[in-house]
Write a protein that binds this ligand. Structure first.
Ligand code: NAP
Ligand code: HSE
Length: 443
């Protein structure tokens, strides 16, 4: 059978899964590719490290030249994270004539225009199904299967680590720190999980989806973004009592010709498909004007799900399909219109507010006064009894032994800007402790 020689750059969580699929299930890939995908070289930083996957002799290397200078290697999966040296290595691979597959969304979101232009100039291709949604096919559906549509909206859970952490806190009462640690042990989190929990990873993936789906170019850092890192386990409990689950929701929505884009922890109505996305699963709900609603659901992080998407891209690249898609898509080209998202302050919605306040007369009046002046109408307000639960270790009393109690407010529809100003005012009040949490509500 014909052989296409491939190489991996990086054999950590994802690379090990890819090596396993290529070595142990070669018959499967051969059946779909009509050729053997032969694992010729694997580049790592530290070849002495003990690996979970045993490679044939001579495959492991720490020298990039063993890949770039081997003209028999046609396709390389670039599976190291971060921006550098990932960017430089990607350029070197393209310049040495390799087609590239990658799972690195940070790299594409930051340097996509440069990398895609260079690949086009050199007649090479870049495939990146694994960069968004882990094992979920979403790049191919958006760039091929749904192209007859005007994409009206994308609502998505795009970070497996955040979803896993929220789920562990909600259903198992885990602490935030222990849930982060578990996500790292399971290989879901980035080497530095900061961008998982602060919403940046989801914003990078949303910028890629909005670009492909809506044909508009935006830098991910321009997307208004809040993460799950400031939430307290009690927020998940209060949300549940109100009939919602908290999800880190990424939204891209056309409002006439404006594009509304944001990432925020959001109260999602229980029973809706997005509220039922658990663990490290991701989900993407796409609405197209012809197709209507389409829902994609699957593991958004983890070794084998991500490897599944990478190997599919290796096959597509080896047989030449990726090159056709890449040429016709013209991603991040000079001609793609840039878009400024709709002013975040103008985005409408209902909101959840939670703060800890002094339990004394007049406090509620101060809170409602702030909301009234910002034109925010209250739908419900609950002062919870002073409480300390297994997952809520914050002191119920301050140092002067004044009782502090949680207040949860649900608003009627208002604008993000009004809420932001109200929260800024709450944070200035002496009766409010530890900052006010705000989350939009999605029915
Ligand atoms: P990882 O476990 O940290 O593995 C990174 C690999 O890159 C390691 O094998 C490391 O070598 C190698 N490496 C790092 N710097 C290198 C250098 N300068 N030269 C050569 N090799 C180098 O990362 P991962 O979780 O597999 O993620 C890889 C990429 O996939 C990232 O962009 C990530 O965002 C993306 N991704 C990950 C997942 C997931 O669930 N983990 C899902 C989707 C996408 P050593 O082993 O010698 O240290
Ligand atoms: N760290 C990422 C996540 C990996 O948790 O979603 C998948 O891109």
């Amino acid at each position: 059978m014909e052989k296409t020689k491939v190489a991996l750059v990086g054999m950590g969580t994802v690379g090990s899964g890819v090596a396993k699929l290529l070595l142990d299930y070669g018959d499967r890939t051969a059946r779909h590719a009509g050729r053997t995908l032969w694992l010729e070289k694997v580049l790592v930083r530290n070849p002495e490290r003990v690996r979970a996957v045993e490679l044939p002799d001579g495959v492991l290397t720490s020298s990039l030249e063993e890949i770039t200078e081997n003209s028999e290697i046609k396709v390389v999966a670039q599976l190291i994270g971060g921006l550098e040296p990932a960017r430089t290595i990607m350029l070197q691979l393209l310049e040495s004539g390799k087609d590239v597959v990658t799972a690195n969304k940070a790299l594409l979101a930051e340097h996509g225009p440069e990398l895609f232009d260079r690949a086009r100039e050199l007649g090479r291709s870049i495939a990146f199904e694994a960069a968004v949604g882990g094992g979920i096919p979403i790049i191919t559906p958006l760039s091929q299967c749904l192209t007859a549509n005007r994409i009206e909206s994308i609502h998505a859970i795009l970070n497996g680590t955040s979803n896993f952490i929220l789920d562990q806190m909600d259903t198992r009462g885990s602490s935030y720190d222990s849930a982060v640690q578990r996500a790292q042990e399971l290989g879901y989190a980035e080497a530095d999980p900061t961008m998982d929990v602060d919403g940046s990873d989801a914003a990078q993936k949303l910028a890629i989806l909005a670009h492909i789906g809506m044909g508009l170019k935006i830098h991910w850092s321009e997307i208004p973004c809040r993460g799950i890192d400031s939430l307290d386990p009690s927020d998940l409990q209060y949300a549940r009592r109100l009939g919602y689950r908290v999800k880190l929701l990424a939204t891209a929505q056309m409002v006439e010709d404006d594009l509304e884009l944001h990432v925020a922890p959001t109260l999602v109505k229980m029973g809706t498909p997005l509220s039922e996305v658990h663990g490290a699963y991701n989900a993407i709900r796409v609405v197209g004007d012809a197709v209507g609603k389409v829902f994609f659901h699957g593991m958004g992080a983890g070794q084998m799900p991500t490897a599944s998407a990478v190997v599919a891209d290796l096959i597509d690249t080896a047989v030449g399909r990726a090159a056709i898609t890449f040429r016709t898509l013209k991603l991040w080209s000079e001609n793609t219109p840039r878009v400024t998202p709709r002013q975040y302050d103008q985005v409408p919605g209902r909101y959840y507010l939670r703060m800890r306040v002094l339990d004394e007369p007049g406090v509620m009046a101060k809170l409602t006064d702030v909301l009234g002046r910002q034109g925010v109408s209250i739908a419900s307000i609950i002062q919870h009894e002073e409480e300390t639960t297994a997952t809520d270790t914050s002191p119920a009393k301050d140092t002067n032994s004044q009782a502090i109690v949680p207040i949860v407010i649900m608003t009627h529809e208002t604008k993000e800007g009004a809420l932001r100003k109200a929260v800024e005012e709450f944070d200035q009040l002496e009766c409010v402790f530890g900052g006010c949490i705000r989350m939009p509500v999605r029915e």
